[in-house]
Write a protein that binds this ligand. Sequence first.
Ligand code: ADP
Length: 488
Amino acid sequence: MRVLFLAAEAAPLIKVGGLGDVAGSLPKALRELDPQLELRLVIPFHGVLREQELQLEKVSLFRLNTPGKTFNVEIYMTQTSLGEIYLVGGDGIDITAPVYQSDPALDAEKYCYFSLASLEFCVQEQWPPDIVHANDWHTAFALKALRDRFPEHIQFECTKGVLTIHNLPYQGQGAQGVLPQFGLSAAEDSRLPEWSRGFPLSLGLECADRITTVSPHYAEEIQSPEFGAGLDGYFRGLRPAVKGVLNGIDHDEWNPALDKEVKQPFSSRNIGQRAENKRELQNELGFAANNAIPLIAMVGRVDVQKGVDIAVAALERSVHLPWRAVILGTGDPELEELLSAFAARHAQQVRCILSYDRSLAHRIYAGADMILIPSRYEPCGLTQLIGMRYGCIPVATAVGGLVDTITDERVYPGRGTGFLADHQNAEGFSRVLHHALGAFGERGTWRKIQARAMRRDNSWSRSAKEYLELYTSLQPQTNAGKTGEEKN
Ligand code: ADP
């Protein structure tokens, strides 16, 4: 089976958020699971990638004709620790632009070009894909192009489309102006709200043979007005329903026993050794070493979604308690300002690092005691998976994939791997934070929570199998490949 896997970012080359982790590690897991699988992972040759010293092989040069313009396309291939990655360069990629701009209209041409050039690459190479797997709005254009531009093309005769939604509110609003110049039309599916039909995500929703999202709980939630971003009615009526396949993490990349960024390797069998990493981290942050004071972390995009303000308010409420906090992230300037002011108010207790620092993130997971994830919504979330793997216990809101991956110690005493707040607000979150701080004080209990969290299997093993089964079920030829659902 041949799979064309399209994404805007992929680790280890370029990672802005969780999509980069997933697009890097899922293809690796799929290839390991089925060595016969021919999977081509393709991303744009972003300007920032040109600053890296990549070993590049130029694999193809061709023209892409569109009603608006003819583009010269260059395709490169590079080997990475997670396998080979194809890069689409050429006229359609503005190398001065970042991976994502604040307005999808500014990114529209790049991603539409990228999607079409990736399909044209298959034509040029005579490499007919069985599956085109698009991720989020940036690559959803490809599924529409299969229908509008290549309706009867021999290369795509048997091609099926899969669309994975990693973050539903991001639908590419404003990018619709680019469609005519690439020969694409808006979605016509009357079940989609009219206002959404030009948005790239809707093109993918209309044309995908199967739609997935990144956790079972989020797949349910998006059918409600609170989480559906205006498409809840559409999702409620969809058959087959959106399938939730839980994200995993690469257990080689995130391995506390082998992590090169970490001073003292450790595992669930010798969690005590972890204290050395906490000591190092405290030193690095300018805190006097004290293992008895909980070190609370937050790592992620500084965004309303991530509840940065909720974390600040909850920590303010507990400021009389002994704790220290380290916050690592970049994003919304106003929220960054809020964080800086918070750190300045509590200079003895809080450190705030407003940058993207991959290496520091590893040291934080390995040394901090708990990680706060007060998200307002969370399609899956990776920081809780990484945190658990490193014995850094998640304290999170009970939304999306956080519900699927964290067992709440308050609800299941003696079985928990973290703590979940029922309400996405400061009051609810501060209650659960208090509880977690209390549990931290009971050393034996805390150790057991850490050991359970570290032993949880958050790897891709199960989910990669689910994706493979999904791909197989879409293949026309075999009955064996069909799911029960489709047979009936
Ligand atoms: P998102 O909604 O951004 O995709 P996830 O929790 O799914 O959130 O994934 C976030 C990923 O990005 C994690 O691997 C996390 O460690 C990493 N990350 C986020 N912000 C930073 C940062 N400032 N420095 C280093 N790593 C970061």
